[in-house]
Design a protein. Sequence first.
Length: 79
Amino acid sequence: MKPIIFFGAVALLAAAPAHAQALVDPNKVAPEFREAAEKRRAEQLRQRECALKADLAKVLPRDRTAFLNQCLETMAAKQ
């Protein structure tokens, strides 16, 4: 039983922490894909801004998706 616990602990410690998706850098993609990368980066920035608003408003986890969708729709309507 001890070897199983030992190997399980080692596996947990060796696992790399998960990070959020990095922002797309349009300058690091091929020129033919740059426009799509710029659009993706703009979308990522809008999503981050709405997530920050949700954090500041202390939205409950169960209501977060609805809040984010409503925020993104509002931002899209403004453009």
